[in-house]
Design a protein around this ligand. Structure first.
Ligand code: XIL
Length: 320
């Protein structure tokens, strides 16, 4: 039957996938859909591989949460996107508030990446090496990494990841870079910066946290992807797609607009050979991160909170 990963693969893509999280895995109705490889050929841990879980205190590594998702993917025969290594958020305070020199912070980054990437070696199709290193105006985000190391931390992180798992595809991942603009132009700059430093960068992850009725046009989406390929990456992907209502409850016409917006993103990916796949940031409104982070907003995914397919699911499946 017409299911998303099966259709995406038939259309020449590598996968259609979903994020998931540890707390949801006791919900058997939820897991039954998640593990259906005709529907989802790839999964991403929504939290368990982040620094706060993997190295909560210096030198103390913990893989329990991340391993649960990695094992699920392996058991089901699904690709794993690994997420994420260097990010200002969900970063333990021993890192964000530490007193560092360039040398000591370099050592902290290298130790973190060699341990975490080493632990998952051979299991990750891709790693989001640096996440959200830019402000929306295209300037570098002033996080602890940038404040201590300047823009050199990007290449440093990519080099460490490549050394720990040479086969993993290495991505820079961010939001509001799906269409053209100042932030997209700065992603192009980051690709050059990493490559000029002699490091490997394979892909750009466009998170895709969009708002119903405000998605970039298909041509803007395609131009952004083409700019990344022109700058020297061989692949791009939508890594955290969700298209939320900025106010609730949603209406029938709103759900139709959401379906159109999901179709636009799917068409853009289909039209660009370098776009290897689409990952939604969980598949059901039951477990979306949106209401917690953007109070009053939500209903952003392809299945509703009762695990029924929404008009957006039908739109994606008809485009694929
Ligand atoms: C979100 C998770 O889904 C939430 O459970 C968590 O509380 C906060 O982080 N960009 C990213 C993801 O790269 O890691 C974020 O995930 C969503 C925004």
């Amino acid at each position: 039957s017409a299911q998303l990963n099966k259709l995406a693969k038939a259309a020449g893509k590598l996968y259609f996938g979903s994020a998931t999280d540890n707390g949801e895995l006791t919900d058997t109705a939820y897991v039954n859909i998640l593990k259906n490889t005709d529907e989802f050929g790839q999964i991403t841990p929504g939290n368990g591989q982040k620094w706060q879980y993997t190295e909560p205190s210096q030198g103390q590594f913990s893989y329990t949460s991340g391993d649960q998702i990695a094992d699920l993917a392996a058991t089901n025969g699904q690709l794993l996107r690994c997420h994420t290594l260097v990010w200002y958020s969900q970063l333990p305070s021993w890192v964000s508030s530490g007193t560092w020199t360039a040398d000591t912070l370099t050592s902290v980054i290298n130790t973190h990446i060699s341990n975490v990437v080493g632990h998952y070696k051979g299991k990750c199709y891709a790693w989001d090496v640096v996440n959200e290193g830019l402000n929306d105006d295209g300037t570098y985000r002033a996080n602890v990494f940038y404040n201590v190391l300047g823009d050199s931390y990007f290449a440093l992180a990519f080099k460490a990841a490549a050394a720990a798992d040479p086969a993993a595809k290495l991505y820079y991942n961010d939001y509001n870079i799906e269409g053209t603009g100042a932030k997209q132009a700065s992603v192009v700059k980051i690709i050059g910066l990493v490559k000029n430093a002699g490091a490997k960068i394979n892909g750009i992850g466009m998170q895709g946290h969009l708002i119903v009725g405000s998605a970039p046009s298909q041509s803007s989406l395609q131009s952004a992807m083409e700019s990344y390929v022109a700058a020297g990456v061989t692949e791009v992907a939508y890594t955290e797609l969700d298209i939320r209502f900025s106010s609730l409850p949603s209406t029938a016409s709103g759900l139709a607009q959401q379906a159109t917006d999901y179709a636009t993103v799917t068409k853009a990916c289909l039209a660009e050979k370098a776009c290897i796949g689409i990952t939604i940031w969980d598949y059901t409104d039951k477990y979306s991160w949106i209401p917690n982070t953007f109070p009053g907003q939500g209903d952003a995914l392809l299945y509703d909170a009762n695990l029924s397919k929404k008009p957006a699911w039908t739109a994606v499946s008809s485009v694929l």
